[in-house]
Design a protein around this ligand. Sequence first.
Ligand SMILES: [Zn+2]
Length: 416
Amino acid sequence: MNRCITLFCIIFIIGCGNTIKNKTPEIIKKIEPNLFYGIDLNKFSVKTKKIKRGDSFGKILEDNGIDYPEVYEILQAIKGKLNIHKLNIGKSYSLFYSKDSFNKPEYFVYHPAPESFTKIHLRDSLYGELIEKPVRFIEMEASGVITSSLYETMQNSGINDELTYYLSDIYAWTVDFFRLQKGDRFKVIYTEKFVDDSITIGIDRIKAAFFEHKGKSLYAFEYLSNPEKGIIDYFDENAKSLRRAFLQGPLKFNRISSRYNLRRRISYYGNRIRPHKGTDFAASVGTPILATANGTISKASYTKGNGNFVTIKHNSIYSTQYLHMKKRKVRVGQYVKQGDVIGWVGMTGNTSGPHVCYRFWKNGKQVDPFKQKLPDAKPISKKLKESFTEYMTPYKIKLDCIDFYDKLLNEVAEIN
Ligand SMILES: [Zn+2]
């Protein structure tokens, strides 16, 4: 019971003052306990199975006592109205049998997604219908204090852990999610999609977020920054883009295994100084490697030392290089955008384990990207700044009003 209450506290934290109240999903209203896909289970018995390889609508019916001429008639009746030709393996279907005659099914229901299902009446009046359930978008709030990883914190706090990906996307340019500190904390206002009042079918989007990293406050507000092109992006409270010209690293989740170090000593080379002018990011073989900024591929080839590698020229000042790829995905001359996959992590060339060696050039000299003051991405246009501020302010007030959910504190409070 206590756990239940805690869970609700986490997900639907009550805001302060005059903030908009959380619209929590209402508890499931069971209209008729004996209805299943609108079919009365007092009159029908049901068999539910999963689509197997080789299954088709016709085969399932034939396997269940409906002969081919009848199957053909059914297919004719629903032709043009329903597409039942492609059944996805692993999705469920149900057959309904009238309780007085057990030998032949009367209804076939195919249920590929939570928000829709196909129902076909197989006897007498043949007909089929696609029933789409209305999707509700509900605004929610959540917060947490990092104890281990962001993902684990979400899971431990009972928050939809899908939010991890949305948050790490928003902050990819500013927070290194592999170097979070204990005590870093976050708050989010987001919308989640529901069917049948309370069954979640996933996160829609994050509208506003706050992340406190090493004591530094980072706000993020979603805004349509380019109405002509329909570009939606995230900006801080001063209308500054959260995107930087370069990503923190070339992987979705960056974990540095060896930094830029001009005085590195390696025992393999008799403990002599072997400068490491790149930054190594460890990841398993096959992890996608992302372009850290927009640019044109200037090299995509193989050498004995580098293995499969790619070089991107971003502008007259900056270039980046990515080594030891399992496979390259781009060719010379191709333009890539920040975040585009350019290859996959491997261990080709001179390397002892799977990683990507990331090299960064400024004016023709290899430098440590983490020591550079890198250019920011474009801010919001002057024309839009005023309307952004107007839009952002109530969300900022709302965010500021969310309390941090601290699991440990709450447990102490419950014991007392
Ligand atoms: Zn390296």
